[in-house]
Write a protein that binds this ligand. Sequence first.
Ligand code: GUN
Length: 285
Amino acid sequence: MTAQLIDGKLISGQIKQEAAVEAAEIKAQGVTPCLAVVLVGNDSASQVYVNNKKKACEAVGIRSVSYELAEEATEEELLQLVAKLNADETVNGILVQMPLPKQIDEDKVILAIDAKKDVDCFHPINVGLLHTGGKGFLPCTPAGIIELIKRSGHTIQGQNCVIIGRSNIVGKPVAMLLMKENGTVTICHSKTRNLVEICRGADIIVSATGKVNTVTADMVKAGAVIIDVGMNRNEAGKLCGDVDFENVKDVAGAITPVPGGVGPMTIAMLMKNCLVAAKMQNNLI
Ligand code: GUN
């Protein structure tokens, strides 16, 4: 192993500690930050994520209220719950865990959440603000990626940043944030023709495809920073990322592991957004 291991558990712990200090300051001003977490259905991965989010709230000093709807819940039921949480002044952030059961239109639910409580930064208003460079919520996983790169001692300014994947949750928003940091950004995807060559020119690679071995050692320039957003299972059933870690680690300058890289950062940045929400709604910003 020649590459520096970027420790997401450690860095997310630092961010949560900073958030705890900030939460205490907000409470001292008479406001208790509160996140509402909504889980619909029985998806086991979602259950784990939601539990981790609630635990993080407790550790940071954010109140959390949780709602569980059945797998067969209707869109109307969920929209009614969202409306109730929008109207509840004690709730600062609303998180509806995705994916939702197929009878519910996710876009409709995202649109229904009050943009001021949209701590996921999924609402088109917040996505628009992100694109125009305004202040407000930052998308959790992309913001976590920026923190990982910076806090492990790497610069983004002027670097060739190659993103693989163009999703609304990771690929597109991380491109915006890397640009904001003055990186030169290329977004690649499943139809990109010369992925190997493009990656070979990258100083920073962010892979978010959900496909094992998207990034192999022959695609990596010596010393490059490799951020692996994937959460996959290999043939042996073992949790792994998009990157061929065992071989890439001998070429890269720095690399995130899976698990323990990007994953914990998403939740840490969610905590930060909850505090932003509580401050905005109480004129503390
Ligand atoms: N499902 C997978 N990642 C996320 C996330 O960041 N937020 C929500 N709400 N659902 C998700």
